[in-house]
Design a protein around this ligand. Structure first.
Ligand SMILES: Cc1cc2nc3c(=O)[nH]c(=O)nc-3n(C[C@H](O)[C@H](O)[C@H](O)COP(=O)(O)O)c2cc1C
Length: 327
């Protein structure tokens, strides 16, 4: 348990202190160009951004992506994020609840979170690999109940696990495990990657198994191959990290191909969304909701107001990008 907690705390520190992003210089979003619309016919800074996502209203099409840390750090971060999400009317995913399920340390993932965020869609989070080995269906239900979640996000982090000394390397039978969970729960299941992307063929398998939304969590932002390589003392693993540092499907490519294959599935675009113009591009490519994790972490360590300021800036550029481009 101490090892898991230390790893989660390292993730936060590394993302805050180092550039562990695939596209620190060149982002795949720069290759996507929207066509300027000289006659937007919209009140650009005030038009309605509300939408429905997984049966709930969002005032803005944003999700704060799942992040964990050691319990002490995570508690403050989660409180700032939840309070800001409530104010903005956006969705929030909590970080992996593995530690919270296995121990008394809950990282702020209790009914407390609902006190900060009584109305917003709040999403639980567990790793696919743990569904088969560590948790029963009643544990999964406990993760939902613990935060009164509106959906469960299951993360698919195969490459990240393969870069860890004690990671889960046997990924057999996990589609079945996801299907069992999706049939059992009475809230929707969302599948996400953690920065390597989800292809259209994987998305189709997941949707056939009962998954109701896909967060592509593609390449271009926080890179967990680099994160794990920076924290390991194991030379084989750090060399393996070098070999695979560019692995993955970029977020724009993943959004476009999943949308082309599954025209009606709700899609979350995440992974390397730097600002509101990237968010506008993601929506124009077919995403319903846009999400960030690493880019909002610094603000989340500071205050609720810092998180609000962060999203206010994102929203301005999103509005301009959406209104001032052709459909
Ligand atoms: C500090 C940190 C912790 C994370 N922990 C989790 C986690 O517990 N569960 C999960 O599904 N994703 C986790 N992620 C991955 C993010 O949800 C997201 O998919 C990834 O960082 C790519 O988005 P970004 O480029 O906006 O950071 C974490 C990301 C960060 C930065």
């Amino acid at each position: 348990m101490t090892e898991i907690l230390q790893r989660k705390a390292d993730h936060i520190d590394l993302v805050l202190k180092q550039r562990v992003e695939t596209a620190a210089q060149a982002s795949p979003w720069d290759k996507i160009q929207l066509t300027h619309n000289a006659l937007p016919e919209k009140d650009v800074l005030n038009f309605d951004l509300t939408s429905e996502f997984l049966g709930k209203q969002l005032r803005r099409p944003f999700l704060i992506s799942s992040m964990t840390g050691g319990p002490l750090k995570a508690e403050k971060i989660n409180a700032h994020l939840a309070e800001a999400a409530q104010d903005l009317g956006i969705a929030m995913g909590v970080g992996s609840q593995r530690v919270a399920l296995l121990s008394a340390g809950n990282g702020g993932l209790t009914g407390h979170l609902r006190r900060w965020a009584p109305d917003i869609p709040l999403y639980a989070n567990l790793g696919a690999a743990q569904l088969r080995n560590d948790f029963s269906l009643s544990d999964v239900q406990r993760a939902i109940d613990m935060i009164e979640a509106d959906a469960l996000i299951i993360h698919l982090n195969c490459l990240q696990e393969l870069m860890q000394e004690d990671g889960d390397t046997d990924w057999r039978g996990l589609l079945n495990a996801i299907e069992t969970v999706a049939r059992f729960l009475d809230v929707p299941v969302v599948a996400k990657e953690v920065g390597m992307g989800i292809s259209s063929s994987t998305a189709i398998r997941l949707v056939d198994a009962g998954v109701q939304a896909i967060d592509v969590a593609g390449k271009g932002g926080t890179n967990f191959i680099q994160v794990e390589a920076s924290r390991t003392a194991n030379r084989r693993l750090s060399a393996l990290g070098e070999v695979f540092r560019d692995w993955g499907i970029s977020t724009p490519d993943a959004v476009q191909s999943v949308r082309a294959s599954l025209p009606h599935i709700p899609i979350i675009a995440s992974g390397g969304i730097r600002h509101g113009l990237d968010a506008a591009k993601a929506i124009k490519l077919g995403a319903n909701v846009v999400a960030q994790a690493g880019p909002v972490l610094q603000a989340a360590t500071e205050s609720t107001q810092a998180v609000l300021d962060h999203f206010e800036f994102i929203e301005s550029a999103l509005r301009i990008g959406l209104a001032c481009s052709d459909d």
